[in-house]
Design a protein around this ligand. Structure first.
Ligand SMILES: [Mn+2]
Length: 426
């Protein structure tokens, strides 16, 4: 299914007058306060977030997965789904493939399909947390950190193969997330596991094309529950530094112990030029992978404040690979992704409204109250008309969720694919 331009313009007609009123009102107010509204709108329009190929099927938990009708069962259908998201929101202009779940069979055809939908191939993700069919070695006791050289070599080779696949599609980054660790005290020697991981990552790094990045993701626990080899940003940064200039730390919002100050982590990594990628989701207790902004929207805003600061003040840090890494559990995956994209844009827009000069002055005066007023003044602004404007300017819809429902997208997908299709993934 492909959403046609006429469907979008027909849909927008109904809400256009209301949007214009709201936008003019907000725009006048913001301009009066010294904001450059058209600059903010174009920054929003430029901001693109990758959709991971595993996020388009029904989510679930380790206890069960409740099927969602009309799921994409091939890579082509997954890219079609990203195309639907992108045509509505104009912010999902990239897809992040997971290997081996989504290995293309016809590279030229997949590239052509993605090009036609204006979708780029972002970072490719390797998988050494599951045993693959017919694999000689098992990852039960770890992959890049394993005590067995044969296992480590198999895992290294897999990552090198993933780079080759990504290279054929125009990807420029490899994301490595390891499930390696231990479930019980004494099971692992921490130093050996860390050193093995470093050595394995260096071997992968040697196979990285010159214009590629390696993104090292961390996570404090799960699936191993006593220790994780790359448990936090410090471990990730040490490993990245041990590999070289093209290796960076990747921050996933859900991969922190409760109440970690993620905005501070993001800020310092940018100062050091070592923040390479960012995975969005939200959580209440752990790595819950909930819809972005559904639990802690203020925390997301504070993180975006640091990201905006870094993008403006840290030329030593590269452009970031942005991706949604959430599981929708019981929602329609496409509706969930639309909500996440909207929450990301909203936090970004609010962060762009922070008066950085006034904040700096208040910080120099140690005016703590004023600092809070500046941050919360931006946070309390209803920025949705700016998001609508950014989408309209690029040919998207005023309200992606409403449009998705009024265009009966899911019903069309079920008609096209049937009820009992299943997407690859967890
Ligand atoms: Mn992640």
């Amino acid at each position: 299914m492909k959403i046609q331009k006429e469907q979008i313009s027909d849909y927008n007609k109904k809400g256009l007058e209301n949007h214009n009123d709201n936008f003019d009102f907000l725009s006048n107010k913001l301009s009066g306060n010294g904001h450059n509204v058209s600059d903010i709108v174009s920054k929003l329009a430029e901001f693109q977030v990758a959709i991971p190929s595993w996020a388009l099927g029904a989510g679930g938990t380790r206890f069960g997965r409740f099927s969602f009708y009309g799921e994409p069962s091939t890579l082509e259908q997954k890219i079609d789904d990203v195309g639907i998201l992108h045509s509505l929101t104009q912010t999902a202009g990239a897809v992040s493939l997971h290997i081996p779940w989504d290995i293309p069979t016809d590279y030229a055809a997949i590239k052509e399909q993605a090009d036609a939908l204006n979708i780029k191939f972002d970072a490719v993700n390797s998988n050494t947390f599951q045993d693959q069919k017919d694999a000689a070695e098992t990852y039960k006791y770890g992959s890049l950190s394993n005590v067995s050289k044969a296992v480590r070599e198999q895992a290294i080779q897999h990552n090198l193969d993933v780079i080759k696949i990504g290279d054929k599609l125009g990807s420029k980054a490899l994301t490595v997330w390891l499930a390696d660790g231990s479930s019980f005290p004494g099971q692992n020697n921490f130093q050996t596991a860390f050193q093995n991981t470093q050595d394995s990552l260096i071997d992968i790094y040697k196979g990285l094309p010159d214009d590629w990045k390696m993104l090292v993701e961390y996570k404090p626990y799960e699936p191993n529950f006593y220790s994780t080899v790359i448990q936090d940003w410090g471990a990730s940064l040490m490993l990245a530094n041990g590999c070289g200039d093209k290796a960076y730390t990747l921050v996933d919002l859900g991969h922190h112990l409760p109440n970690s100050n993620i905005e501070q982590i993001v800020s310092i990594l940018q100062l050091k030029g070592k923040l390479g990628g960012f995975h969005f989701n939200d959580s209440k207790y752990g790595d819950d992978d909930l819809t972005v902004g559904s639990i802690k929207p203020y925390a997301l805003f504070l993180i975006f404040n640091e990201l905006v600061y870094g993008m403006e003040n840290n030329p030593q840090n590269p452009d970031l690979a942005w991706m949604i890494d959430a599981s929708h559990n019981i929602k329609d995956p496409l509706e969930d992704l639309i909500q996440s994209l909207e929450a990301i844009q909203e936090a970004y827009a609010k962060a762009l409204l922070i008066d950085q000069k006034a904040l700096k002055a208040a910080q120099l005066d140690n005016d703590v109250v004023k600092c809070q007023e500046i941050l919360q003044g931006a946070y309390r602004t209803d920025v949705r008309p700016l998001l609508e404007k950014a989408r309209l300017n690029k040919g998207g819809v005023l309200s992606p969720i409403n449009a998705y429902r009024s265009l009966d997208v899911r019903a069309s997908l079920i008609k096209e694919r049937g009820k009992n299709t299943v997407a690859t993934g967890l």
